[in-house]
Design a protein around this ligand. Structure first.
Ligand code: SF4
Length: 356
């Protein structure tokens, strides 16, 4: 136990565990000790709200119930199932990770946090979560919730983006995590941050560890941790071209395998452009000479730190060469099956509204 922080003794661990036993939300990934299920849920929960994840998690576990079924799937099917959750890199890593576990570890996830780190996409947080929840390893986990709770318990102005401060939280969380029920303890700490010790209005009066909290004692718990300056939102204007052939199929392109929305399909689009010439040039680069015939409207979409307005127009083809590999004609039914970003689904809806 942590000798440096006398108020963080075994008592706080017991109180948190008792509170967790009473108050823990009933979530589908908490009904199992399957390390694969823990892995999937932890990756989905990164940057996504619990309420959103529940349906995705259940669909995912039905479609890919174990490591091997995920590893054997085509990446397009994996991305299609992830569609709408955002931050698609997470799905690619899960898929790649499953392939490594199938090929290198016979389909069984390593049982320690250290071993789990060898799997692509499993960082210190996910490794700690899987090892403690599924394999009872007394190893800590630190996420934004834990940083906030620890910063308040200690009343230290820790900064979530400062490496030394985050290391300090790992150290404290590592000293706290008990040998018995480490997974429940880690989840309790995160749950406390998610439901009671919230960023703007912590409900200290119902907090099970209030007596141990220097932040509460200070009268200003919300001054911990220190608020980081926000990443500036960039405004982009994208242009998307709807091109339809005689059979009613639409032209789509696949985004590059790395970078923003990697590998997803879309109507030919320039992400950040100053005019239609950019879009015409983009089409030409794909071997398509086309002219704009109609404005169809616009949609707005916000992801990560980009606030994007997509201007949608219809184009007719004057001439085209053989399409490159990452361009295709697809029917609207086939488009349903492709992995497409949420922003592009909005564009598709605008197009469908014009064809009735
Ligand atoms: Fe957070 Fe208040 Fe509990 Fe301290 S007492 S951990 S500030 S909710």
């Amino acid at each position: 136990m942590n000798e440096l922080e006398p108020q963080l003794g075994p008592e706080i661990v017991d109180k948190l565990l008792r509170w967790y036993d009473d108050q823990a939300r009933d979530l589908p990934w908490r009904t199992t000790n399957d390390p694969y299920a823990t892995w999937v849920s932890e990756i989905m929960l990164q940057q996504t709200r619990v309420a959103t994840v529940i349906d995705y998690f259940e669909r995912w576990m039905q479609r890919f119930p174990d490591v091997n079924s995920l590893a054997d799937a085509h990446v397009d099917d994996v991305l299609a199932l992830w569609q709408g959750l955002g931050y698609y890199r997470r799905a690619r890593y899960l898929h790649r990770g499953a392939q490594l576990v199938r090929d290198e570890f016979g389909g069984e996830l390593p049982t320690t946090a250290k071993g789990l780190r060898k799997v692509p996409g499993i960082g210190p947080y996910t490794a700690g979560a899987i090892a403690s929840i599924a394999f009872d390893e007394p190893t800590p986990v630190v996420d934004g919730n834990v940083i906030r709770v620890v910063a308040r318990l200690l009343a230290e102005p820790l900064q979530p983006k400062d490496k030394a401060d985050v290391d300090r939280v790992w150290e404290v969380a590592g000293a706290l995590v008990p040998k018995a029920r480490p997974g429940d303890f880690n989840q309790a700490l995160m749950e406390l941050g998610a439901t009671v010790c919230s960023p703007k209005s912590p409900t200290c009066l119902v907090c099970p560890v209030r007596e141990h909290c220097r932040g509460f004692e200070s009268g200003e718990p919300t001054s911990f941790p220190q608020v980081a300056t926000k990443t500036k939102v960039q405004k982009w204007t994208a242009r998307a071209a709807i091109i339809v052939n005689d059979a009613g199929a639409v032209l789509v392109e696949q985004r590059p395998p790395t970078g923003l929305l990697a590998g997803l399909w879309q109507f030919p689009t320039v992400d950040d452009s100053s005019g239609d010439d950019d879009l015409a040039g983009h089409l030409e680069a794909g071997g398509v000479e086309a002219s704009k015939t109609q404005e169809l409207g616009e949609v707005r979409h916000r992801f990560s730190h980009i606030d994007m307005t997509i201007l949608i127009s219809r184009w007719s083809v004057d001439a085209f060469e053989d399409l490159p590999d990452h361009w295709r004609w697809v029917s609207l039914d086939e488009l349903e099956e492709l992995a497409v970003s949420t922003a592009m689904r909005k564009v598709e809806r605008v197009y469908r509204s014009h064809i009735g």
